[in-house]
Design a protein around this ligand. Structure first.
Ligand code: GDP
Length: 488
């Protein structure tokens, strides 16, 4: 395992600059603070400082689990699996109605919905439908917030996004946002033009608005299926499901049901004496009754498991949502879960994670950041709001910078500390750390990389990501005026 220049400098107490110079002389290559240094090289330098470096190869339960998971994912027994679909769109355009209609028409026979399964009759946050022998899993995710949050954690639970647009309203701001999110997550898109039964439905206009956003059907050289439908009359629902099936087939979605189960927690709560009830979406492998599950910082044995109709089941394969009882505590929605070999490993890893999370909470609590500024307005007097801006293209960097510099406030001025192309990185966070109380990090059409997210979380720095320039500028303006709401 190579040691980084940063760690080496801290370990042996040598200034980074001096160390980089030494490394260059020794190896004839250029190093940065984040470069890895081969152990032998590090050792040579350490010896000069009369420090002996010891290579510690740490095999923790967690790192060995990670290795197992990588192996599982790369397994050879890949078989087709049902697609996982999320419906997104502007409020009131008919997301809920479409989901209800789809479930009514194609949901697994609901006459067996039973209360015998211990009274769990509540609809899961995910459920399956079947048409023509093909099954599809729909996620009941309210809005796209949850979608983004999951993605920020690297968990992409959606294969296909259905973007619902009401034909009587046409494209609205959240329609555009939903499209941006789906694109950012790199999922397939289907457009559902809904409410075509309404007298004021204007399908042509709605289509044109969507074309302008670069959503093009195959007749126009694109690859986005357009379906005209009505959640009210049921028109087009068939076609919608057929489009899902076609896209899923093209995408060749696979998973290996012979592996141990893994996936994502969709929701979890505590219910009286029954304990923790969690809805999990199995994404790979098979989850079986009796399995030991590690889910985020919680663990437990699958004591009882139910399908999306509340029927008790023994096992669940890829793309299957299940409700189960057995975790020791309530995990976070979005936490990934894995079946692990034994309860001791699960307990150990969950314990470590709990420690880490509580540390993070402490950090969060201590860190002063812009979001807490409102409460502290009286105490700290801010005269400058620093902005670190990252965007996907030169054009947007320039355009946003220009907009930001136009903002005026009598007491506080905006200073664009750094504006560049690319993802929000660790170095951006470090930059913000120099004056966290008045620095804002904003990304336009870019996300933060893992290292950045981790550091930001530890140090209580908030990152904001935007797909719409107006929203970005508006938030910076709000921050100037001290009325910016904290990020979730
Ligand atoms: P959501 O906010 O996107 O989940 O939208 P809802 O499903 O709650 O629908 C908003 C309103 O539009 C409700 O009053 C629905 O009854 C109505 N609605 C949804 N789909 C249709 C449709 O296809 N035709 C008509 N006429 N009304 C619809």
């Amino acid at each position: 395992l190579p040691i980084t220049v940063r760690t080496l400098s801290e370990t042996i107490g040598m200034k980074v600059g001096e160390l980089i110079l030494k490394l260059k002389n020794l190896t004839n290559s250029l190093f940065t603070i984040n470069s890895g240094v081969e152990f032998e090289v590090a050792e040579m330098i350490a010896i000069e400082k009369k420090i002996e470096l010891v290579a510690k190869k740490q095999v923790t339960a967690e790192s060995s689990l990670e290795a197992t998971i990588t192996e599982r994912k790369a397994s050879a027994n890949q078989l087709p699996r049902p697609p996982i679909v999320t419906i997104m769109g502007h409020v009131d355009h008919g997301k809920t109605s479409l989901l209800d209609r789809i479930r009514q028409q194609y949901g697994l026979s609901s006459d067996v919905v039973s209360t015998e399964a211990g009274g769990i009759t509540q609809v899961l946050r995910a459920w399956r439908v079947e048409k023509g022998g093909k099954s599809t899993t729909f996620l009941d995710t309210p809005g796209h917030e949850a979608f983004t949050k999951m993605r920020a954690r690297g968990a992409n639970v959606t294969d296909i996004a259905v973007i619902v647009v009401s034909a009587s309203d046409g494209v609205m701001p959240q329609t555009e946002e939903a499209i941006a999110h789906a694109r950012a997550a790199d999922v397939d898109i289907i457009v559902a033009i809904n409410k075509v039964d309404l007298p004021d439905a204007n399908i042509d206009k709605t289509r044109r608005q969507l074309y302008q956003l670069n959503l093009l059907p195959d007749t126009m050289g694109g690859d986005v299926p357009f379906v005209e439908c009505s959640a009210k009359t049921g028109k087009g629902i068939d076609e919608l499901l057929d489009s899902v099936a076609v896209l899923a087939e093209l995408a060749e979605l696979t998973a290996d049901p012979t592996q141990a189960g893994s996936g994502t927690c969709l929701e979890a709560y505590l219910e009286g004496d029954r304990g923790v009830i969690a809805t999990l979406l199995v994404q790979n492998g098979t989850l079986s009754k009796g399995d030991v599950v590690l889910c985020g910082a919680t663990f437990g044995r699958v004591r009882a498991m139910y399908d999306d109709l509340g029927r008790p089941i023994e096992e669940a394969g890829p793309s299957t949502p299940v409700k189960f009882i057995g975790l020791d505590e309530v995990p976070d929605a979005d936490d990934p879960f894995y079946v692990v070999d034994n309860i001791a490993t699960a307990r150990e890893i969950a314990g470590k994670r709990r420690e880490r999370r509580s540390e993070t909470d402490r950090f969060k609590f201590q860190a002063v950041n812009l979001d807490k500024l409102k409460e502290q307005n009286a105490k700290i007097k801010i005269t400058e709001l620093k902005v670190i801006l990252k965007a996907e293209a030169r054009g947007s960097v320039e355009a946003i910078k220009k907009e930001l510099e136009k903002l005026v406030h009598e007491e506080v001025r905006v200073r664009v500390l750094h504006a560049a192309i690319g993802a929000i990185s660790e170095s951006d966070i470090t930059l913000a750390l120099t004056s966290p109380e008045n620095t804002m990090i904003v990304g336009f059409n870019v996300t933060a990389d893992d290292a950045a997210l981790k550091l930001a979380e530890q140090r209580g720095i908030s990152l904001r990501e935007y797909q719409i320039i107006y929203n970005l500028v508006d938030d910076v303006k709000a921050a100037l005026e001290g009325r910016l709401k904290p990020v979730e």
